[in-house]
Design a protein around this ligand. Structure first.
Ligand SMILES: Cc1ncc(COP(=O)(O)O)c(C=O)c1O
Length: 315
């Protein structure tokens, strides 16, 4: 058993679990990359560490600095953990209507919460953070949507891990939020084997699936274009909020207590499986279910749970 010097050394190297029992076609395997294993609980540990480490290395981030970031979810929590360890002050711009668990986790690590109007969603939080960063030039704005350390973290770690563990991968499926996971992993996998297909899971325009965004809703993250965007993606799967919850429950059938974007990603992977004759699909479980318990995602009637999930922003 390895003894780690810091929890930060536990970021990455997550396991892959074969969930082919959930595949609609026995000739198509489906494998889950378990990002909930990261110490602050999500795939975003990787990018938070890479954004902070790169900013330290290039001198943007000095000891005791104040960092501001718009995040209603996993990136904020991961940054809060690292800032607590490294002694930075963190201000998170958070839409008012995020789930209670997110607020509580930010409190655990001592981040300051700056509320933004719930009806403006994550785009409103981005605008507010940008304005505050402009008004306070001594604060450091790492900006996950525009910072190439985000896709780079996946290019350097998540992609190579998947290639090492699943060399016969044919399709990579993940939700699209900042697009860092898809583009970083996708770029790496296509360099190893140009035949690997990279597919985004998005909610329909105007509908909410936590963690994910529709590119049709008007905001294209700058990292999307910088890392090849539409040229890299081979397609997308549209998954509705209700299907995401149905598939989150399906994951529980095989013992995986996942977040709701993982249900969306599984739904996307199963749609891909229906269209191909054979293959090996890897999809991403971005986080586990703890932060979503208050929505009743597993226990309420499906219509009620869907309505709850649509009210709360998780991104
Ligand atoms: C739960 C969850 N799933 C998926 C994503 C999407 O990942 P990415 O930002 O790398 O596109 C996010 C991003 O915030 C997320 O929080």
């Amino acid at each position: 058993m390895t003894v780690y010097n810091s929890v930060l050394d536990m970021i990455g190297n997550t396991p892959v679990v074969d969930v082919s029992g959930l595949s609609p076609d026995p000739s198509v395997r489906i494998l889950a990359k378990m990002e909930g294993q990261n110490p602050a609980g999500s795939v975003k540990d990787r990018i938070a560490l890479s954004m902070i480490t790169e900013a330290e290395a290039d001198g943007t981030l000095r000891p005791g600095a104040t960092i501001i970031e718009p995040s209603s979810g996993n990136t904020g929590i991961a940054m809060a953990m690292i800032c607590r360890i490294r002694g930075y002050e963190l201000k998170i711009v958070l839409p008012e209507n995020v789930s209670i668990e997110r607020r509580q986790l930010l409190d655990v690590y001592g981040a300051e919460i700056i509320p933004s109007p719930g009806e403006e969603g994550s785009n409103g939080a981005v605008r507010r953070a940008q304005k505050l960063a402009d008004e306070n030039p001594d604060w450091v704005f790492l900006y996950q949507y525009g910072n190439e350390a985000n896709p780079r973290a996946h290019y350097r770690t998540t992609g190579p891990e998947i290639w090492r563990d699943v060399p016969d991968i044919t399709h990579f499926v993940a939700g699209l939020g900042t697009s860092g996971t898809l583009l970083g992993v996708g770029t790496y996998l296509k360099e190893q084997n140009p035949e690997v297909k990279v597919l985004a899971v998005e909610p329909p325009s105007g509908e909410q699936v936590e963690g994910l965004r529709s590119l049709e809703d008007g905001y294209i993250p700058p990292v999307f274009d910088k890392w090849g965007g539409y040229d890299l993606l081979d397609g997308k799967s549209i998954v509705r909020p209700r299907e995401s919850l149905e598939h989150t429950r399906m994951l529980a059938d095989v013992g995986i207590f996942s977040g709701i974007s993982a249900g969306a990603a599984l739904a996307g992977a199963r749609k891909v499986a229906e269209k191909i004759d054979r293959g090996v699909i890897v999809f991403v479980i971005s986080d586990y279910g703890w932060k979503y318990l208050s929505t009743g995602a597993w226990t309420l009637d499906l219509d009620e749970a869907t309505a709850n999930a649509e009210k709360v922003i998780y991104f």
